[in-house]
Design a protein around this ligand. Structure first.
Ligand code: ATP
Length: 654
């Protein structure tokens, strides 16, 4: 079989972006009206790719883990986000160019400028270390580089910049303003000074109903829909925890200056899981199945020292050593990891980074982000947080709805305590309208207070007082006795562990990870998408448009459809090589060629995208083989053992 060199050409982002645009994976929305930053439409291959990622996500999480699926509304009344804290705190810091008024996100500005300076420093160091220019071309290149002004920095400043970058998510607005002044950070587009950072809430406000009587927001995450339905979900799950709910849906964030394509947009699809668990038992029944899987972790202690080296450690050890807070959180980190690998993310460019203590949401107990490395550096693609009992508690307090779990205790708790019992009739006769007040005073007493009162009553009478009024009690009105209580129900608010996926970020970085160009021709881009998520699984290519091919094309299409394999026919007038090249760009993993031999002998060839190797066999055998390839039950070397290699002339792609 042919070997493939996927790294013959360095990754070229511009080439990938041109491909994605040409093949309409996605494009700026409202383009003919000039477009709006941060809004994108997905075209046919992008939509299919996203749908296939979601289908696998549903299988991997909802089906495999028996989760409860939800589809809750996007439009949300304002009180929900007032209670959840989003109205007060779901905000970023922005600065304004003091001359042009351009708006920039403060942490991104600081990060971008410091990173550029460090890159310039590295370049300047490289230039200084280089031997003198060899020829005129080299001289010109050096001159051009010098113009771009890479500046050498002192070791001290390099260390300061690196430590600032490592903690960028930690800074408050005033601290970001201070950094801008200290390091003279200006708008890179204009070199103008920027204003002091001010907070900007990222939610899109709206109003519900014709008179605007219900202010609302477009949700910035799907999570609140899970929490508000908690009582129903718990009931659906027969009153027991742990269980998880899951939802795939749109979220909206009015990002300050979205500039990174699909990585930062204003409307995006999220897939979120809320796993409700007993706060006293965060073990996971299936932890044993995954405990030996190794993860690449960047924990907070490493980051504090400004380092970024990864610890490769099994999930079991990470929990045992207290690096990951509990089994359930570690279980989800592994499940996120296996999902991302399945859809084609390169494991060498995937890590889990722990949030620093003050970077976490104020209520979170621990938080890890699955970060994927791409041409923009490391990007958070999945947040995995232990949100403790925060959300259920605040919604319950606000609405008065109990959002708790009640479980029968195996060993009931037996307690003894002094208990006051009133003779209500006599009490009413004696104290009239003050009866309730007297009861309130006695009921508010603690154990010591009740014992004191009991002693006084044993002497004949006792006096209680409030607000200058005093009341005399006798054993005929009140008795205090020691009683035994048995508690057989435990009531608690569950904690929530939340894996939250941004599908657009994953999709774009997957495209980066799978893109390469053929060694012999850099123009021939390929997307090596796994069959599992590839938009089209099989391309059917009739050698010519002659009518005698039609029945075969129909037959093969129908048989693939019956086998559940999504195929497309390309009977355009271009050469077979061009048709395959086009589908390599679309990530189609397999191609079937129908030629004259197919008509005569009922054979057809099967091509694999990455190697361009071809096999040949009877139509039904090829269909059976490609079906298994698409299902992932066999790989290409196994297919090559089943079917003879084909080196014919007509159907070869090159
Ligand atoms: N503006 C956005 N565009 C695309 N995806 C996003 C955006 N904001 C968040 N996401 C996705 O949603 C996931 C969960 O959201 P979360 O609130 O944890 O992100 P975040 O910490 O606010 O992200 P960031 O710090 O990058 O703005 C993220 O891991 C990411 O994949």
């Amino acid at each position: 079989m042919s070997s493939v060199n996927k790294t013959a050409h360095p990754f070229d982002k511009a080439r990938l972006e041109a491909l994605l645009n040409r093949r309409f994976f996605y494009a700026k929305a409202f383009e003919i009206y000039g477009g709006i930053s941060g809004l994108y439409d997905y075209g046919p291959p992008g939509s299919s790719l996203q749908a296939n990622i979601i289908a696998e996500w549903r299988k991997h999480f909802i089906v495999e883990e028996g989760m409860l699926e939800l589809d809750t509304t996007i439009l949300t009344p304002a009180p929900v986000f007032e209670t959840s804290g989003h109205v007060a705190r779901f905000a970023d810091w922005m600065v304004k160019d003091t001359v042009t008024g351009d708006v920039l996100r403060a942490d991104h500005l600081v990060g971008g400028v410091l990173e550029a300076r460090l890159a310039g420093h590295k370049e300047a160091k490289g230039l200084a270390a280089n031997p003198p220019a060899q020829d005129d071309k080299d001289k010109k290149k050096r001159k051009k580089q010098a113009k771009a002004a890479p500046v050498l920095l002192s070791d001290e400043i390099v260390a300061e910049y690196e430590s600032t970058l490592a903690q960028l998510d930690n800074y408050s607005g005033p601290e970001l303003g201070e950094l801008c002044r200290k390091y003279d950070i200006r708008n890179p587009d204009t070199s103008n000074v920027v204003s002091e950072p001010v907070q900007f809430n990222l939610m899109f406000a709206s109003s519900i109903g014709p008179t605007g009587q219900h202010p609302g927001y477009l949700r910035p995450e799907t999570a609140q829909g899970h929490f508000l339905n908690f009582a129903r979900l718990l009931d659906f799950n027969n009153g027991r925890v742990p269980f998880a709910s899951a939802q795939v849906g749109r979220s909206f964030r009015n990002e300050i200056s979205p500039r990174a394509g699909l990585l930062r947009v204003r409307e995006f699809t999220m897939a979120e899981i809320e796993h409700f668990v007993d706060p006293e038992d965060k073990s996971h029944v299936r932890f044993g199945e995954i405990k030996d899987v190794k993860l690449r972790l960047l924990d907070r202690h490493v980051q504090v020292s400004g380092r970024t080296d990864l610890t490769e450690i099994s999930a079991g050890e990470a929990v045992a050593r207290g690096i990951v807070a509990n089994e359930t959180l570690a279980y989800f980190l592994v499940r996120i990891y296996t999902f991302l690998l399945k859809i084609g993310i390169d494991p060498a460019r995937l890590r889990f980074r722990q949030h620093m203590a003050n970077e976490m949401a104020h209520y979170a107990a621990d938080c890890w982000d699955a970060e994927i490395q791409g041409s923009n550096g490391w990007t958070e693609c999945v947040g995995c947080a232990d949100r403790a009992a925060y959300d259920l508690t605040v919604h319950s307090e606000k609405t008065g709805t109990p959002l708790v779990v009640r479980t029968a205790l195996k060993d009931p708790i037996v307690t003894e305590k002094e208990t006051a019992e009133f003779d209500k009739k006599s009490l009413g006769k004696t104290f009239g309208k003050d009866t309730a007040l007297v009861q309130e005073i006695v009921n508010a007493l603690d154990e010591a207070g009740l014992l004191k009162l009991k002693g006084e009553l044993a002497q004949g009478s006792a006096t209680v007082e409030r607000d200058g009024k005093s009341f005399t009690l006798t054993p005929a009105l009140l008795t205090i006795e020691r009683k035994t209580f048995k508690q057989s129900i435990r009531e608690f608010t569950p904690n929530v562990i939340e894996p939250s996926f941004g599908l657009g970020r994953i999709l774009y970085l997957l495209l980066e990870h799978t893109f390469w160009s053929r060694e012999q021709d850099v123009e021939r881009g390929v997307l090596s998408l796994p069959p599992l998520v590839a938009p089209t699984k099989v391309l059917i290519v009739p050698l010519s448009a002659r009518e005698e091919f039609d029945p075969l094309v129909l037959e093969v299409s129908a048989k693939l459809r019956k086998a559940g394999v999504f195929s497309r026919v390309d009977d355009s007038n271009t050469s077979i090589g061009k048709r395959y090249a086009r589908n390599d760009e679309l990530g189609t993993p397999f191609g079937i060629t129908l030629d004259f031999a197919s008509v005569q002998n009922r054979t057809m060839t099967l091509r694999e995208r990455d190697t361009t190797d071809q096999l040949i066999g009877p139509i039904d055998e090829v269909i059976a083989t490609v079906t298994e390839l698409v299902q992932g039950s066999i790989d290409w070397p196994e297919a090559a053992r089943r079917l003879p290699r084909y080196d014919g002339v007509q159907a070869v792609a090159e």
